[in-house]
Structure formats: structure tokens, C-alpha cells
Design a protein around this ligand. Structure first.
Ligand SMILES: Cc1cc2nc3c(=O)[nH]c(=O)nc-3n(C[C@H](O)[C@H](O)[C@H](O)COP(=O)(O)O)c2cc1C
Length: 197
């Protein structure tokens, strides 16, 4: 595919932020302040949302609660799979400690004649994306993770989620450690096409 022509659109600060976001897998203290978090949620809550069902939910996990979440992740993994290797269980135990704040993003699914569950999960994913971009705008590092715990029926139950609800991700937030990764050089033409004949 050939590269698209150079843009003739003037640089825009919001677009520059959106186009330059990267994930931050290594995050240190401090986490977001309460006023910063309020800004992140305000952005998340402006995600597109079919029939205004507001499916998104966020559980804040910080401080000692992170160890408790790690214990729940490890014990849920064991109850979902009694054969789980000990090394994997240990990794789960420690995983929430990788950032000062972990937001568990989940979709509370409502039965609706026009809005299937997948659209409610998509809306929650859009809310997470808004939140991560807002974090980037404020210089807060973020990374969206899932892994087996996101699909663990036992963990969902421990978190008070119903069977039909979906755990969309664990959003790790904090102060970026080290240099930003380079922005990958992706060509939109590789992902865009016209209607087939
Ligand atoms: C739904 C979802 C789940 C993800 N789960 C993980 C995960 O469990 N572990 C991980 O390292 N990255 C995961 N990622 C990818 C990272 O969030 C990140 O996008 C990736 O490392 C690429 O970095 P970038 O966002 O800077 O391009 C997930 C992304 C999405 C959208």
C-alpha cells in the first residue's frame, strides 16, 4: 500500500494527543489525584451509548486493596482451574501491585429489545478508551489489561457482578516510568477500503 498524501489539515492539539497516545506498562506512584480522576470519569461518561443505558462501571482498587484483589485473582484462578501452575498463581497475586491505581472496568448488562449485550460491552470499551485518552492528556500513564482474570466466573462473582455482566478490563494508572515507547508507524490505507463491487 502506498502512503496517504501529507495532511493539509492544520495541527490540532486534541488530535495530536489522540494520535500520540501510548500505553505505559511500567507505572509508579503517585496515582491520579481525586480531581484528575473526576476529569477521567467525565471523559469516560461521554462515550457513545445506545439507548443511554450507561452500562459502564468502574471499581477503584488502590493501597492495600490491591493485595486483596491479587488474592481474589489467584484464588479465583485456582477455583476455575485447580491445575493452575503455582508460578501463574504467584504472578496473579502480585499483578495489581504494578500501579498505584487499578480500575476494574465492567459492563452491567441490561436486557433491552434494541441493544444486545455486545453493544453494551462496546460502549464500556469506548468509555475505557475515553478514560485512557483523558489520562494521556493529563500526563497520567495508563495500560489496559485483561488476561484470564477478566474471564473468570469466580472473580466476577467476588466482585458482585452478575453472570451476564462482562469484565472489560483492568486499567492500570500511575506515573509513567521511563521513556515513552515510540509511536508505531501505521498506515491507515492498510485498514481502510471501499465498498466491494
Ligand atoms: C481489551 C484489551 C485487553 C488487553 N489486555 C492486555 C493484557 O492483558 N496484557 C497486555 O500486556 N496488554 C493488553 N492489552 C494491550 C495494551 O493495553 C496496549 O494496547 C498494548 O500493549 C499496545 O500498546 P499501545 O497501546 O501503546 O499501542 C489489551 C488491550 C485491549 C484493548
Amino acid at each position: 500500500m502506498t502512503k496517504p498524501p501529507e495532511s493539509t489539515v492544520p495541527a490540532h492539539p486534541t488530535l495530536a494527543l489522540l494520535q500520540q497516545r501510548v500505553s505505559h506498562p511500567r507505572l509508579n506512584d503517585p496515582g491520579p489525584t481525586q480531581p484528575q480522576l473526576a476529569e477521567l470519569y467525565a471523559a469516560a461518561l461521554r462515550a457513545p451509548d445506545h439507548a443511554w443505558l450507561r452500562p459502564w462501571r468502574f471499581i477503584e482498587v488502590s493501597g492495600d486493596d490491591r493485595a486483596r484483589l491479587g488474592e481474589w485473582m489467584a484464588s479465583s484462578a485456582l477455583s476455575d482451574d485447580p491445575e493452575i501452575p503455582d508460578k501463574k498463581r504467584q504472578k496473579l497475586l502480585n499483578s495489581p501491585m504494578r500501579a498505584p491505581l487499578v480500575l476494574i472496568a465492567w459492563a452491567k448488562i441490561t436486557k433491552h429489545p434494541k441493544v444486545p449485550a455486545i453493544e453494551q460491552v462496546l460502549a464500556t470499551g469506548a468509555a475505557v478508551t475515553n478514560l485512557i485518552n483523558a489520562a494521556h492528556a493529563l500526563g497520567i500513564g495508563a495500560v489496559w489489561r485483561t488476561g484470564a482474570p477478566a474471564y473468570s466466573p469466580a472473580l466476577k462473582q467476588a466482585l458482585g457482578m452478575a453472570e451476564q455482566d462482562h469484565l472489560v478490563g483492568f486499567i492500570y494508572l500511575g506515573t509513567p516510568a521511563g521513556e515513552d515507547k515510540p509511536i508505531p508507524d501505521l498506515n491507515p490505507a492498510d485498514y481502510v477500503s471501499q465498498l466491494p463491487e
